[in-house]
Design a binder for this molecule. Structure first.
Ligand code: PEP
Ligand code: MN
Length: 339
């Protein structure tokens, strides 16, 4: 931490601050400038009280207390300069190859899931998505098929060879969902449910962490830190749009997260334009933009009949539109130096 002292404080007041820094378990290093004195305090905040309270203890002497290190460590690029590569069965996410995860918002029936899985596999998707446990804003909306949905995902994987991603909604289901899924999705509404993140990490399965509805990038990185700090290196960040004043789109898809996550972290970044835009007519353009900007993968909702979908109908692509998207994506993938 850096402690900036107020100008013209007495030697006695300065000594009192330094004594308190030592008392709290840190080593103070005094740097005297022309106008004011700055103190660098070296120590471990995990095992000692935070120095932030110095400003309250010494309001006459301390002007500000600033962290010098980033609060996230294991997710940071400094900790791991090369890109992390996440093995998901036969695929590697975060390597040269660009991936498309596609499938319905919710698993609704065997016919709906299998039809979609076969079609997205044929069009070139590499991973099948589908929610079995759904986080719905209203308790009166479809909550997902639960275990039946997980079993259908396993069946679709067997028939198509596509690994599956599905949401983990509750700590209580961690083992169960991990038994069926190849990637655990942590939804936007749970992005700072730290006990859930720990439970997901402990299954050892790759974790895809959505950005919360109103989450700052630093908070998102710190949520990711929970996964890595619990000995699971297989983390992917997923931008799915944040809440802004705009109502034209369901959310505001923040594509600046692609270069930002690439700069700050080694973990792959996945873009979900379906939740991001909330409108199927915008999904294709957002997918192309994300691919060209260097995202590692897309997460796209696809349904055989979006008009009759049990959730998120307005944003799901038809099978034909998904095939069209996949046919039009390659130049954008190539523009980012990917395959
Ligand atoms: C979803 O992927 O269907 C979903 C509910 O996502 P989010 O948590 O981003 O809203
Ligand atoms: Mn959805």
């Amino acid at each position: 931490m850096i402690i900036v002292l107020k100008p013209k404080i007495s030697k006695k007041d300065e000594a009192a601050v330094l004594a308190e820094i030592k008392h709290l378990g840190y080593q103070p290093h005094v740097m005297r400038g022309v106008a004011r004195t700055v103190v660098g305090a070296i120590g471990d905040e995990l095992t000692h009280q935070s120095l932030e309270t110095l400003i309250n203890t010494f309001p006459q002497s301390v002007e500000s207390v600033l962290p010098i290190q980033k609060r996230y460590k294991l997710v940071s690029r400094e900790a791991h300069p090369t890109n992390s590569r996440i093995q998901v069965r036969q695929h590697v996410i975060g390597g040269k190859k660009f991936h498309v995860m596609a499938g319905p918002c919710s698993v609704e029936s065997e016919k709906q899931l299998l039809t979609t899985a076969v079609a997205v596999a044929k069009a070139g998707a590499t991973i099948l998505r589908g929610g079995a446990f759904k986080p719905r804003t209203s308790p009166y909306e479809f909550q997902g098929l639960g275990l039946k949905g997980l079993k259908l995902l396993a069946k679709a994987r067997k028939e198509t060879g596509l690994p599956v991603i599905t949401e983990l909604l509750s700590e209580n289901h961690a083992e169960l969902v991990a038994e069926y899924a190849d990637i655990l999705q942590i939804g936007a509404r749970n992005a700072q449910n730290f006990q859930l993140l720990i439970a997901a990490a402990k299954t050892g399965k790759p974790v895809l962490l959505k950005r919360g509805l109103s989450m700052k990038i630093e908070e998102w990185l710190l949520a990711g830190e929970y996964v890595l700090a619990n000995e699971n290196p297989n983390l992917m960040f997923c931008e799915r749009g944040i809440r802004t004043f705009e109502t034209y789109t369901r959310n505001t898809l923040d594509l600046s997260t692609i270069p930002i996550i690439k700069k700050e972290s080694h973990s792959p970044i996945v873009i979900d334009p379906s939740q991001g835009a909330g409108r199927s007519d915008l999904v294709m353009a957002m997918c192309k933009g994300a691919a060209a900007m260097g995202a590692d993968a897309l997460l796209v909702e696809v349904h055989p009949n979006p008009a009759e979908a049990w959730s998120d109908g307005a944003q799901q692509l038809t099978l034909d539109n998904f095939a069209k998207l996949m046919a039009e994506l390659p130049p954008f993938i190539a523009a980012a130096g990917r395959e």
